[in-house]
Design a protein around this ligand. Structure first.
Ligand code: NAD
Length: 367
């Protein structure tokens, strides 16, 4: 079991605990934070699989609880679901002493975190992430959001959790595609700033992509350390935090073209493809050796993740560019991309030329 502190200038330090069997300890670990009751916000799938273990643990610690379960899937990051959740919190008579427990993947974490940020101008919340993606990425760093029909994650707030409990055992019930999807974010952390970690993920740690608990433990720990260090320096994404978007501008464009709701491609699969494209584009700009991009593609493919646009669908370069320029990370109309000098050395490029990017996308199989 490892404990990674997350500290930053603008928020209270909190711990991310990574280990096995943590759910049984959740009550004891949450009790010191809760002066009242807990409300568990979860999705119906996670609730059916794991809520009994969580509530037993809260019971054992003498913590009262209530469960709000939303439908699984991105569709729950909506105004309608947020309103329903807020109404349930009000109806339950929750007050500022109570604690929200976000128990699920990134969808639940983002929705529950935003509900906690808004309820009575902000109450405490704890993240108990149940997907690999949520354990290595979305539960840490305080970004919360719902989607708008105009784009993903456009309505949100920064609201840091008080505690994150990442129980590796919860990942045993994840469908393989969700495991792979989270693995893409793990690989991304190595690509951004830790080449030796990337090499370990490609060799001894590779079993994590298919559920080996020991490899997952190390992969989650190191990912959380990396994310924690970046968020601690730059909570509001004024600089370094943008590096965590490696692969995301390409990935979001592909996801948006496919329609987020249809789940034709899991989020992490889109990010994996996006990372490969970002490395290949870095090579095109002369910033990175071709061998590095080839290695990224090889390791990504070995984890069962897509490396070619054609694997995701048929896209026009114009449509992808329009999505990329409309991405909220684009500043002042110029295209911003996270690129890399090598594996472990990512950087933000704010002056990407749309015409050159279009030519690149056509080379990569867009029409
Ligand atoms: P998700 O929350 O939709 O979970 C994926 C699926 O797995 C769901 O069907 C869920 O019911 C199921 N599931 C969850 N835990 C399970 C378990 N232990 N066993 C079996 N099934 C389980 O998806 P996700 O990939 O975890 O998160 C994606 C979301 O995270 C996106 O909305 C994305 O925008 C967001 N995100 C947020 C941040 C952030 O910093 N806040 C970062 C990255 C991604």
């Amino acid at each position: 079991m490892t404990c990674v502190p997350v500290s930053g200038a603008g928020f209270a330090t909190y711990d991310v605990v990574v280990g096995r069997g943590l759910l049984a300890q959740a009550g004891a670990r949450i009790a010191p934070l809760a002066r009242g009751r807990t409300v568990i916000i979860t999705d119906e799938t996670v609730s059916a699989l794991h809520a009994a273990a969580l509530t037993a643990s809260l019971d054992a610690a003498g913590l009262g609880h209530e469960i709000i379960a939303v439908p699984p899937g991105e569709g729950s990051k909506s105004f309608a679901e947020l309103e329903r959740v807020m109404d349930r919190l009000l109806a339950a008579g929750l007050d500022r002493k109570d604690v929200v427990v976000a128990f699920g993947g990134g969808v639940v974490g983002d929705l529950a975190g935003l509900a906690a940020a808004l309820f009575m101008r902000g109450i405490d919340f704890v993240q108990v992430p149940t997907t690999l993606l949520a354990q290595v990425d979305s539960s840490v760093g305080g970004k919360t959001a719902i989607d708008s029909p105009r784009g993903k994650n456009l309505i949100g707030a920064f609201h840091q959790p008080r505690l994150v409990l990442a129980d590796i055992d919860l990942l045993a019930t994840l469908p393989p595609v969700q495991l792979r999807s989270g693995w893409a974010e793990v690989l991304k952390h190595g690509m951004i700033c830790d080449a030796p970690f990337f090499d370990w993920l490609a060799s001894d740690g590779a079993g994590g992509a298919t559920g080996d608990p020991a490899a997952l433990q190390r992969a989650v720990e190191r990912s959380v350390e990396i994310k924690s260090a970046i968020v601690g320096e730059d909570e509001k994404e004024a600089g370094k935090r943008a590096l965590l978007n490696l692969g995301h501008t390409f990935g979001h464009a592909v996801e948006a073209e496919l329609g987020f709701e249809e789940a034709a491609l899991a989020h992490g699969e889109a990010v994996a493809l996006g990372c490969v494209l970002a490395f290949r584009y870095s090579v095109r700009l002369g910033a990175c050796e071709a061998a590095e991009a080839e290695k990224v593609a090889r390791v990504t493919a070995a984890a069962g993740l897509p490396t070619e646009l054609i694997q995701a669908g048929v896209f026009t370069a114009d449509a992808l560019i329009a999505r990329m320029a409309g991405d909220k990370k684009a500043e002042g109309g110029r295209l911003t991309l996270v690129l890399a000098r090598s594996i472990g050395d990512a950087f933000v490029e704010k002056t990407v030329d749309a015409a050159d990017l279009k030519a690149f996308l056509i080379e990569q199989g867009a029409t």
